[in-house]
Ligand binder design. Structure first.
Ligand SMILES: [Zn+2]
Length: 211
């Protein structure tokens, strides 16, 4: 299956909550999930009326939600899960950390792009440097100590300018630092569960994939 290119707020309705896939617009514009509280499609209203979700359905929804928030395809997502299983510690948390430390997510978290999909594009178009070298792979994993920046000659490009103008200083998460003057982000430490502001029950995803 390819990348989803349909109306993004249909995905909000599917998950029953705003997923903020459009970036800052999601904070200011109305999302159809507020108006129509049932899932999209012909059987949406009936699904909403059904009282109890099966255990599998609940697990599936959590997986789809997390996958969509980060804009990944099943295979990429599954690979990060397999990696999480092999890593020491709690698998669900490892999965979240693996998602969070992707270069495209980092660009988004630093406020250098206004959505993850825009961040992915900024990386693909070779505007991003890690430790002074261009990295154009959105799935690249940053490590503690890495310095991430938009190439100086690309700072005035429209999407980056727009994101920089909209970013607020307070928003950079605690595991990252952002040098406002030089526009350089730095990974201070590995993110922990509480650093990742997502309402997702990652344990359900572990159960789903462990069947
Ligand atoms: Zn929406």
């Amino acid at each position: 299956m390819g990348r989803y290119t349909g109306p993004v707020c249909k995905l909000c309705r599917r998950e029953g909550q705003k997923l903020f896939l459009k970036g800052p617009k999601c904070y200011t514009e109305k999302c159809p999930v507020d108006r129509r509280t049932y899932p999209p499609g012909q059987h949406g209203p009936a699904q909403a009326r059904r009282r109890k979700q099966s255990e599998y359905a609940g697990q599936l929804r959590e997986k789809q939600k997390l996958k969509r928030v980060y804009g990944l395809q099943e295979k990429q997502f599954r690979n990060l899960f397999e990696l999480a299983v092999k890593q020491p510690g709690v698998t669900g948390e490892n999965l979240l950390v693996n998602l969070e430390t992707r270069l495209d997510n980092l660009i988004f978290r630093l406020g250098l792009a206004s959505s993850r999909s825009q961040a992915r594009q900024v990386v693909r178009h070779r505007h991003v440097e890690v430790n002074g070298r261009v990295v154009d792979i959105p799935s690249y994993h940053v490590r503690v100590g890495d310095e991430v920046a938009v190439r100086a000659q690309d700072l005035d490009l429209f999407p980056i300018q727009e994101a920089l103008a909209a970013r607020t200083r307070a928003k950079v998460p605690e595991w990252l630092a952002f040098d406002e003057k030089n526009r350089v982000g730095r990974v201070i430490r590995t993110p922990e569960r509480q650093d990742i502001p997502l309402t997702v029950q990652e344990q359900l995803i572990v159960e789903l994939y462990s069947k």
